[in-house]
Design a protein around this ligand. Structure first.
Ligand code: ZN
Length: 219
């Protein structure tokens, strides 16, 4: 990676990840299996990190037409999860296409409704499920690449990826995806100071659940 390329990647991260925390979510009633998929990001960090309740992980990925994620981005996410989670098996499903909705922007509540319409993989006896939805519009509330919108759910805003990875000297779509997929998963794993206690104080409190170190994934 050359200097100019690295620099442009850093600038993009600074611009688009600076405000990507999601809003608050109201707790809903527990379902039969007693796993609630609609609580705040970070609240299931322990269930993802340890094998106490779930020794397997499945990740469902759905994308709107035209915004299929790259295999490289997903493979890099799998490597990241394998290195950090105490699971006997981690499966990232083949991405599934869902109908485009044609909206130019989405609120967090609209993202949650789309998940309710389309998501089909949920946590079961030994296996916890995570979910990515890739949308055909941008986020209404902030200029970001992605958000974590529930305890097991993350959304990416497809057109933003094309925007930041097009042009001479821009990082590749694969590299941007790798960083954003990992960053949003970091939020549901309890980073930063959002469900898992910090080993040292590095929270950038002015920017929500983010880190003060500009070389950190959660900056
Ligand atoms: Zn973030």
């Amino acid at each position: 990676m050359n200097v100019r390329y690295a620099l442009s990647l850093l600038i993009i991260l600074f611009l688009f990840l600076a405000a990507c925390d999601s809003g608050t979510v109201t707790d809903t009633d527990e379902n039969e299996f007693s796993f609630n998929h609609e609580i705040n990001p970070g609240q299931s960090a322990t269930e993802f990190l340890t094998d106490d309740d779930f020794d397997q992980l499945i990740v469902q990925v759905q994308y709107m037409q035209g915004y299929e994620p790259t295999q490289e981005g997903l493979s890099n996410l799998e490597v990241f999860l394998n290195e950090r989670l105490n699971k006997t098996s981690i499966t990232i499903m083949t991405p599934e296409e869902i109908p485009a909705s044609g909206q130019s922007s989405y609120t967090a509540d609209e993202v949650r409704d789309l998940e309710r319409d389309h998501r089909s993989q949920f946590s079961s006896e030994n296996r916890i499920a995570a979910y990515f939805i890739i949308l055909d519009g941008e986020f209404e509330n902030a200029d970001v690449l992605g958000i974590a919108h529930f305890n097991t759910s993350m959304a990416l805003f497809g057109p933003k990826f094309d925007e930041v990875s097009s042009g001479i000297g821009s990082p590749s779509k694969e590299d941007v995806e790798t960083i954003v997929l990992r960053h949003e998963f970091g939020h549901i794993l309890g980073l930063v100071n959002n469900g898992i206690d910090m080993q040292e104080n590095h929270q950038d409190t002015e920017n929500g659940r983010h880190c003060v170190n500009d070389e950190c994934l959660m900056y």
